[in-house]
Design a protein around this ligand. Structure first.
Ligand SMILES: NC(=O)c1ccc[n+]([C@@H]2O[C@H](COP(=O)([O-])OP(=O)(O)OC[C@H]3O[C@@H](n4cnc5c(N)ncnc54)[C@H](O)[C@@H]3O)[C@@H](O)[C@H]2O)c1
Length: 438
């Protein structure tokens, strides 16, 4: 009966858009979500331990490329979004959405410390009728084994006196077609009441909601999606190595294969995995599976192939320089694009960092260009980006295309005759003796 009252009350607040929503963690995931809730008419408080982020939000400034400043400024001005670092204000929220990082430890075990810290803050002010949703990518069992006991330790019962759900975030930074609003949202609650209120919340904000039977299914959905990518990228990376040995153009093979209208989906080789998802999430799954005595062989194998790609790129640089009778040692190597993927500023786990470090260890003199990343720290020292045009006229010994940002144009580079190692097929359809494709 108590559950029914809280449930009904929260549903009313959600459908009338009077629910006050708190989003914890205002990064690549949390900020777009907070802005979207606010655009749909909710009052939103964004919580972050990083005060530079909350003050930028309050000044109407966006620091996430996917969040247009105009949209952010509009909801801030209308009083529907504000940033704060005062976690005690969580007490005033009807809904709390947790979007904090879930990295790996050095041992490749899950690091849930950010989630635990955020949940401690929620627990400290938990009140009857609140809905708590975890969005951070994590292993199946996190919501019911870690979050639920921490919250219930306050004396309230989940799915009766407060509601608890998991809903994986699927946002793809830099994607021009799919955003928070039009990416279907999977949601699984601890019980029926939790799924119901969490489903209603997302239905008020995103186009399509997919309800699943439990938090564990929802957690596993996200790991299936990202493991699927990691394994397929691993497979195609291995194919690229194989094709090089057999003197076959792997890119041409993929282009032709993808003309099959069913049963095939193209994945592309590259310099290695990057970002906060694909290199990390499968390890969350294999760690949890190991606790159940299960070994995830596909994940391990794909991880092995993918993490060897920066080494392979360096070998290809050595091969390419060799055609001009130069060793890596002492050669000036220019890296084009260092962010982990096209048109984003995210450097997390970027394979360019490994490539720079490996080339540096072999004595290369490294420079780089990336309009999205003005400076970077590698192997203990800072590098500043140089203008791409100037880098080409400065005649480096080799240019490595690591990230094919759409602003890059390659005509001058190819014409200059410099040795180019192209890890992204950015020079598709161009044939020249100075181009070495992955
Ligand atoms: N980036 C992506 O493309 C993407 C896509 C889907 C899912 N995810 C998942 O979403 C989660 C968040 O990723 P992200 O890329 O947004 O991370 P991020 O590092 O961009 O943002 C996380 C934010 O949380 C803040 N934070 C950390 N601990 C906090 C605490 N205790 N209280 C308040 N704020 C805190 C940080 O200051 C930071 O601003 C991760 O689990 C990630 O795997 C990320």
């Amino acid at each position: 009966m108590i559950a029914n009252t809280h449930h009904r009350h929260l549903l009313e607040r959600i459908t009338s858009r009077t629910a006050h929503i708190g989003v914890i963690g205002l990064g690549y995931v949390g900020l777009p979500l907070a802005v979207e809730f606010a655009r749909q008419g909710f009052k939103v408080s964004g919580f972050d331990v990083d005060e530079s982020k909350t003050s930028q939000i309050n000044a109407g400034r966006s620091y996430i490329p996917d969040v247009p400043e105009k949209e952010l400024a509009e909801v801030v001005k209308a009083g529907r979004l504000r940033g704060t670092s005062r976690m005690s204000e969580l007490a005033d929220m009807d809904v709390i959405d947790i979007c904090v990082p879930t990295p790996l430890r050095k041992t490749k075990d899950p690091d849930l410390s950010y989630v635990v810290k955020a949940v401690e803050a929620v627990a400290a002010t938990l009140k009857r009728g609140q809905l708590v949703i975890l969005e951070s990518t994590t292993y199946p069992g996190t919501t019911d084994e870690v979050v639920q006991p921490m919250l219930e330790a306050q004396g309230l019962k989940a799915d009766e006196e407060f509601f608890l759900a998991f809903s994986p975030e699927r946002v793809d930074p830099g994607n021009q077609k799919f955003n928070t609003r039009n990416i279907p949202k999977v949601v699984g609650g601890l019980g029926k009441a939790s799924t119901d209120v969490a489903g209603a919340l997302y239905e008020s904000t995103v186009d399509t909601v997919v309800r699943v039977s439990s938090t564990r299914v929802a957690e596993m959905v996200k790991l299936l999606e990202n493991t699927f990518r990691a394994v397929n990228i691993g497979m195609v990376n291995e194919l690229a190595l194989m094709c090089h040995k057999m003197d076959i153009d792997v890119w041409e093979v993929i282009e032709a294969a993808k003309t099959k209208p069913f049963g095939f989906m193209p994945f592309y080789p590259g310099p290695g995995l990057g970002g906060h998802c694909i290199p990390i999430d499968p390890h969350y799954l294999s760690w949890k599976a190991r606790q159940h005595g299960f070994e995830c062989r596909f994940i391990e194998l794909a991880g092995h192939v993918n993490s060897s790609m920066p080494h392979y790129v360096v070998e290809r640089v050595a091969e390419a320089l060799n055609t001009t009778k130069k060793p890596i040692n002492g050669s000036r190597v220019h890296i084009l694009g260092v962010a982990y993927k096209r048109d984003v500023n995210d450097m997390r786990e970027s394979p360019a960092l490994d490539i720079i470090e490996l080339l540096g260890k072999r004595g290369a003199d490294i420079s780089y260009s990336d309009p999205w990343v003005p400076e970077l720290r590698t192997d203990g020292h800072m590098l500043k980006a140089v203008d791409f045009g100037q880098a080409v006229t400065g005649c480096p010994d080799c240019v490595v295309i690591c990230t094919d940002h759409s602003v890059f144009t390659y005509d001058e580079l190819v014409k200059s005759g410099v040795v180019i190692v192209d890890t992204r097929n950015a020079l598709k359809d161009r044939q020249a003796p100075n181009i070495f494709r992955l």
